[in-house]
Write a protein of this length. Sequence first.
Length: 135
Amino acid sequence: AEDTKAEISNLSGDIFEIIIKFAEIEFLWHIKNQDKYRILKKAFSDEESDIYKKAIGRYKLTADSMYYSIFENCDLKNLRWNKEKTLDIMKWIVEGFNNEFNKKNNLTEDINKIRVIYIKELKEYLNMVKEGINL
């Protein structure tokens, strides 16, 4: 866990590179921690369960505070618009992408296979966005 925190705190690059690097780190954590991954997957699979409701509330708080902190070393000089609003937009895009990805993909499959598909699709969408917000 400490290694993961250190990796996350040292992320650098542009906003798009950081999002991809963060996703890779997150998947590597899931791969290294298969038991915890299975528990998380189960917790987030039944939207009506009490465990889902508790987990999603806790996850949202942690994710929101972590999201903005991963961009501390981010090169934001090429952004056309306000930094905070751009980060908000990127957060909404990634959250929406994650929700759709989770709905349409069988998350019981091999985590490595899911990682490859996820990163490939995320890069495709981020490249589309990048062409629209960078100078």
